[in-house]
Design a protein around this ligand. Structure first.
Ligand SMILES: Cc1ncc(COP(=O)(O)O)c(C=O)c1O
Length: 450
């Protein structure tokens, strides 16, 4: 197995960085102009994380591709980090948006689309009651609040190196077994160990111990970790998680925002799980802001018993623009016409093809990496062993190497998510797109170790 030569990596990175800058004069000029009005030259702080010296500014996107302002065409496997898993601007969603936008955007009154969406979500996820939020972060926060409200318990539990959006309680990680604020946590309102317990994914004894005190309102979990590379659950993990949460009267929130890649009903339906709450955001409205959270009849009943009409608008759940007519029209079209069973039937084989292509190069050059897949999402990690928990996955990360792979890819017309080595297939992604990535990946690895 060849070790990565760091000096070679550095010089290759410099070469790629020069190419990136030289080939993108218009993006460079826009970035310089943007720096005079936008902090860091971008409208949202994550957008400075791309591997190039500046982000490519986008001219237009359609389906699985986009063009930057310099005219480069990219195959987009980032897809807005799942927000555009539908493919960019799917025609059914666009049609619904165009029709709705002339008939009112937001009213704080329900439309018929809201009922359709509730019924559709009911069928997909087999949970009877639903509420709409604007983002998955909000849907998680509202679910946590409700869990606290109806259990009367103060704490929540998350898995180490999870990500659930900008939920204050979730920015906690284990360092040498001690829970502390996660690295980079900006302005935490309180020490997160006051609000949150954290254990490793797949660690049933630790979970049992953490729930034993009966002070945890809810476990907030992705069914498989997807934000530190992909970490799959052990075969019996979900059964144990459900049994322990039930035994201790702890509620279980499954955040399907990314694991929706497993199929139209997410990992929950694919594996027949039974959460108390389920959260689904990002691509639910084809990229228009929107998210949903659903719960069982028992939870609905407990919420209803504690409902207070007079204070319902200031209780910490909901938002002015949540459930707006435009988001709901986009959700209706996206759920019924875009993120369908038939679409997943095309997306998942594309991810299988992507995985096989990456696997072939890993074997050919004998690099100590592996590739894994969950539905239409695939990812390579810089370790030969498959991680069993968040720490192992996190330890396999290599920021320098990751940036090189991403920059090489961008220079050759491929976009991966800037956070790790994730690739997502949309209904519009085809074999040619996947094979393009396979060639670029092979070329990059060859440069690195050849
Ligand atoms: C699993 C999961 N849940 C929730 C979120 C938050 O989504 P948003 O940033 O759209 O609120 C993310 C974002 O990456 C996520 O990965």
């Amino acid at each position: 197995m060849p070790a990565i030569d760091r000096a070679r990596l550095k010089s290759l990175m410099e070469r790629e960085q020069k190419r990136f800058v030289d080939e993108r004069p218009k993006s460079k000029a826009l970035f310089e102009r943007a720096g005079k009005s936008l902090l860091g030259g971008v409208p949202m702080n994550w957008m400075i994380k791309w591997a190039g010296a500046f982000p490519p500014f986008v001219r237009e996107a359609q389906g699985a591709h986009f063009y930057d302002v310099d005219g480069h065409r990219y195959v987009d496997f980032c897809l807005g980090d799942t927000g555009a898993m539908t493919g960019h601007s799917p025609s059914a969603t666009i049609k619904a948006i165009e029709e709705q936008i002339r008939r009112g955007i937001t009213l704080m009154l329900p439309s018929e689309d809201a009922v359709f969406v509730g019924e559709e979500l009911q069928q997909r996820f087999r949970l009877p009651y639903w509420q709409i939020a604007l983002t998955a972060t909000d849907a998680n926060r509202f679910s946590i609040r409700l869990a606290r409200h109806i259990t009367g318990r103060s704490k929540i539990l998350v898995f180490n190196w999870c990500y659930h959006g900008t939920v204050d309680e979730s920015f906690i990680s284990l360092k040498d077994g001690i829970a502390q604020a996660r690295r980079g946590n900006i302005g935490p309102p309180v020490d997160p160990s006051i609000t949150t317990k954290v254990v490793e994914f797949n660690d049933v004894p630790a979970l049992e111990q953490a729930l034993a005190g009966g002070d945890v309102a809810c476990v907030l979990a992705e069914p498989a970790l997807t934000n530190v590379g992909i970490v799959h659950p052990d075969p019996q993990f979900h059964a144990a998680l459900r049994e322990l949460t039930r035994k201790t009267s702890t509620l279980l929130i499954l955040d399907e925002t990314h694991t929706i890649c497993a199929g139209p009903g997410g990992y929950t339906r694919a594996e027949n799980l039974n959460p108390d709450f389920l959260v689904f955001g990002k691509p639910i409205a084809g990229g228009v802001p929107g998210a949903a959270y659903g719960f069982t009849a028992e939870i609905a009943d407990r919420i209803a018993k504690k409902q207070n009409l007079e204070d319902c608008d200031t209780g910490g759940i909901g938002g002015t623009l949540a459930g707006n007519a435009l988001s709901l029209a986009a959700m209706r079209a996206t759920l019924s016409k875009v993120l369908t069973q038939e679409a997943f039937g095309r997306m998942i084989p594309m991810a299988e093809r992507w995985t096989a292509g990456v696997e072939k190069t890993i074997a050919e050059f004998d690099v100590p990496w592996h590739v894994t897949r969950l539905g239409c999402r695939a990812e390579y990690l810089f370790s030969s062993e498959r991680p069993h928990n968040g720490t192992q996955a996190h330890d396999a990360m290599d920021y320098e190497l990751e940036r090189f792979m991403h920059l090489c890819a961008m220079n050759r017309g491929v976009l991966l998510t800037p956070f790790h080595n994730m690739a997502l297939m949309s209904p519009a992604t085809d074999k040619g797109d996947v094979d393009h990535h396979t060639r670029v990946f092979q070329e990059s690895v060859k440069e690195l170790v050849g």
